[in-house]
Design a protein around this ligand. Structure first.
Ligand code: SF4
Ligand code: SF4
Length: 469
């Protein structure tokens, strides 16, 4: 009998938490019991039958049940192959329409490259035409219908850019087109629409129209004041924060729900309570925090990743009290609570999405728009099959479950992996297969928070949790 390779140990208050990163059910033992279990394991020999002492019998049973202890190393291999067998094949359910590759802003951290004159030149000048959009609608529909019908499936259409509102007409056209096809194509019955926008071109009329069309609106904002939003600038470098606030005011007045996409600048991180006030002021029910992407050309301070990860946890704790949904943590929490391995934190790394560029090129990730990397199809390619396409095949295997470097990581089960585009930019020589280190900090800290939080619920003791190295 031995500890599984996937077992990790944490101090949490006066207890020790034992946790198998693939089975994902923590077991709490007092420090004394833990020592007794360790002593017992130290005495187990291969040559003699295992006799579990009476004092730890119950604990050992519990640890065996959750694969924290195993009776032979082969059990780990079996567990890993079982989990890997659940990895799904490429299957498209998310479709990005890049209505305009151009943007009316040039945010300093834009990972698409809108802040860089040279990269900006690579973006299509023309907006997505209705002809391309219509072909895109049928392209996506064909993908949805190419797999067995499942009533629980929710196809998602995301309007993105550049700035999608630079091409509002086509946005409306696409939604209406999908809606008109609903009666003949039951795969579209649960279709959802959302738009990620900087909000500057959102007039009263457009807000009302989007509500009418059932398009969820996510507005990018980085905090509650000009300092936090100093990186959100227009093409001349002017801060646009007051304009975003004006849009939020109009949406509030019209009662049009909006969610927020908040990039955590260093300034935003310093203003935790102001961020919460902003969320409350605009009655926001859902939001997502974005950790800034590191780049070897523009490195972030060494402690940034840690601070950003801690900020998300601290704010999450407060938001759950008031029923506000923070997407980034909730995705991991669902996996932890259900003890189900989370394979991929992005639809691109499960090869579940297509991105339709303004000129009709089809790729897997909008982060590659400027160099058209990983765009190897187009809306005219009626034979497109993600299960045979080398790009979708390659991205389908980016899950941490398949990475050697991730096997000994405590966050393996809840992680889902970060953003391959960020991983590629972090260090010279990196590829999409490298680790997104920024994300690792977030995933590991979040796991410690979950285990500590579960311990709080079980024991009533609110104490921090940290991995025993
Ligand atoms: S790989 Fe990164 S940029 Fe691309 S869709 Fe995923 S999270 Fe976004
Ligand atoms: S990507 Fe990072 S956090 Fe996720 S499993 Fe791998 S090493 Fe752990």
């Amino acid at each position: 009998m031995l500890f599984s390779r996937y077992t990790h140990k944490f101090f949490v208050g006066s207890d020790v938490a034992l946790y198998n990163s693939l089975r994902m059910k923590p077991v709490f033992l007092t420090r004394d019991k833990f020592k007794q279990v360790e002593t017992f394991l130290g005495e187990v020999s291969d040559r003699q039958p295992v006799v579990v002492p009476f004092e730890v019998e119950q604990e050992v049973q519990e640890l065996l049940k959750y694969k924290i202890l195993i009776d032979s190393p082969e059990k780990d291999e079996k567990m890993l192959s079982f989990v890997k067998s659940k990895l799904s094949e490429p299957e498209i359910s998310v479709c990005y329409f890049i209505l305009s590759e151009q943007c009316n802003l040039a945010c300093k951290y834009c990972f698409l490259g809108n802040n860089d004159k040279e990269r900006r030149k690579n973006f299509a000048k023309e907006l997505m035409s209705k002809e391309i959009a219509e072909k895109g609608v049928y392209f996506f529909l064909k993908q949805l219908e190419s797999v067995e019908y499942n009533a629980n499936r929710k196809p998602v259409v995301i309007f993105y850019g550049g700035e999608p509102l630079m091409n509002f007409e086509t946005l409306v056209y696409v939604v209406e087109k999908f809606n008109s096809l609903k009666s003949e194509h039951k795969v579209l019955e649960n279709i959802e629409f959302s738009m990620v926008s900087n909000g500057l071109l959102l007039s009263e009329k457009r807000l009302l129209q989007l509500r009418e069309l059932n398009v969820s609106i996510a507005i990018s904002i980085d905090g509650c004041d000009e300092a936090s939003n100093a990186m959100r600038v227009d093409l001349n470098g002017n801060i646009v924060f007051p304009k975003i606030v004006k849009t939020l005011d109009i949406a509030k007045e019209l009662n049009v729900p909006v969610s927020l996409s908040i990039t955590l600048t260093e300034e935003t991180i310093k203003r935790q309570s102001d961020v919460i006030d902003l969320i409350k002021k605009y009655n926001v029910k859902g939001l997502g925090f974005n950790i800034m992407m590191g780049d070897h050309r523009y490195p972030l301070p060494a402690d940034y990743n840690d601070k950003a990860a801690q900020f998300i946890i601290d704010v999450f704790k407060q938001l759950r009290e008031i029923g506000v949904y923070e997407d980034r943590i909730m995705r991991k929490l669902k996996s932890f609570a259900k003890a189900q391995v989370y394979f991929s934190d992005c639809a691109a790394t499960s090869a579940g999405q297509i991105v339709i560029a303004a000129d009709g090129a089809v790729g897997i990730c909008h982060g590659c728009l400027s160099d058209r990397n990983y765009f190897n199809s187009c809306v005219d390619d009626l034979d497109f099959n993600p299960r045979e396409n080398p790009v979708w095949q390659e991205w389908n295997h980016l899950s941490p479950i398949e990475k050697d470097e991730c096997q000994d990581c405590e966050a393996l089960g809840i992680c889902g992996g970060g953003c391959p585009i960020n991983a590629m930019g972090e260090h010279e020589g990196n590829t999409i297969h490298s680790l997104d280190e920024r994300f690792c900090v977030h995933a590991k800290k979040t796991l410690e928070f979950f285990i500590g939080d579960l311990h709080r619920v079980v024991t009533g003791e609110d104490c921090s949790c940290r991995k025993i190295l």
